[in-house]
Design a protein around this ligand. Structure first.
Ligand code: SF4
Length: 350
């Protein structure tokens, strides 16, 4: 059961209010390289990314927003840290959402100007609290980066916008310690109905990043918390997006595209399960049909263990058995992976 949050619009996409959880990522090309940013945004759009964030620290950097808006139809978020003029320039350039912390932009008149500009164009503002940059007085009051300190910081920033009657707010409160992140989002979710951008930050290497994000984001999604997610990885943004959809799928959300399941392998394994599963995954990239595909190591247990798959193979000696919904169909010989992929493509095109 999803937690009830208010709905804001990001470009043409609803965020919150029970709408599908959106997967987002952030460009990591140097900001002055506009062509490079555009090329990466196109790759992200092709990977299915639903919201793209780009940093625009100075007003002149809004040029990248203009270029991105011309190149992709995915909503663009401008990431601002201290310069309210940069926020105004980003709004002017067509940004669909602004990420900034109102307490960091130099005073109430600056907050008023940004709130007014965003209100005029129906652009939401995400408040992004990060454990690494919590206010010193909160760190002192709460004895470090605690869930309560993160929530308090977010609510203070939100109050600065609420003062100007601005309510199209999205909030994130990230840290790298998963239990703190989970506790913080639970508390925040109980304190307000703003849509929540969920993520764990500074997660470390790719492998650890996947584990931490899967645990943190996954736990919250299972509790119905989270309206948009970003998997922060020290890796490509495209891989962040793929991981985001995989976490959503693992948490039981409907995600377009194939789901590959494969057995853990054992002494009965007859085929290269991992290699074949990766080959099939690569081949099916871009497919939007929800199809469950199984790659199983042996015919003894494979078809039975994967009977809820739409289609699968189970390994034999130099061959594979094709099965559909647990029913054995026929033996595939020779380059059976190629034949298997052709059968999947036939199934999804029906
Ligand atoms: S499907 Fe067969 S090969 Fe795979 S783990 Fe089960 S028994 Fe082993």
């Amino acid at each position: 059961m999803r937690r009830q949050t208010r709905r804001v619009m990001v470009g043409g996409l609803p965020l919150g209010g029970g709408s599908p959880v959106l997967v987002q990522s952030m460009l990591n090309v140097p900001i002055e390289d506009i062509e490079g940013n555009v090329a990466q945004a196109k790759r992200l759009a092709a990977a299915g990314c639903e919201i793209i964030r780009v940093t625009t620290p100075h007003p002149a950097d809004a040029a990248v927003i203009t270029a991105l808006k011309q190149a992709v139809s995915v909503p663009i978020v401008a990431d601002i840290h201290f310069d309210y003029q940069a926020a105004l320039a980003a709004v002017e350039a067509g940004a669909d959402k602004i990420r900034l912390n109102p307490g960091n932009i130099g005073g109430d008149d600056h907050v008023a100007a940004v709130a007014e500009a965003c209100r005029a164009r129906h652009i939401p503002i995400r408040i992004g609290v990060n454990g690494g940059s919590l206010e010193k007085n909160l760190l002192a009051a709460y004895g470090g980066v605690t869930a309560d300190a993160l929530v308090e910081s977010a609510m203070r920033h939100a109050a600065l916008l609420e003062k100007h009657d601005f309510g199209d707010i999205v909030i994130s409160i990230k840290a790298s310690h998963v239990p703190t992140v989970v506790e913080a989002y639970r508390k925040l979710s109980a304190r307000c109905d703003y849509p929540l951008h969920v993520g764990v930050t500074e997660t470390g290497t790719y492998r650890m990043g996947l584990i931490k994000s899967g645990m943190g984001i996954g736990t919250l999604l299972l509790e119905g918390i989270g309206d948009t997610i970003r998997v922060s990885l020290t890796d490509t943004p495209e891989n962040e997006v793929r991981a985001g959809f995989d976490i959503l799928r693992a948490a039981g959300h409907e995600v377009p595209g194939p789901e590959i399941i494969s057995c853990p392998t054992c002494g009965r394994t007859n085929i290269d399960v991992a290699g074949i599963a990766e080959r099939v995954e690569e081949r099916m990239r871009g497919c939007k049909k929800p199809v469950k595909i199984a790659v199983m190591g042996c015919v003894v247990n494979g078809p039975g263990e994967a009977k809820d798959a739409d289609i699968g193979i189970a390994g034999g000696k130099g061959c594979a058995m094709l099965f559909i919904k647990g029913r054995q169909i026929r033996r595939l010989d020779g380059d059976f992976v190629e034949e298997f992929c052709a059968e999947i493509e036939r199934l999804v095109s029906e």
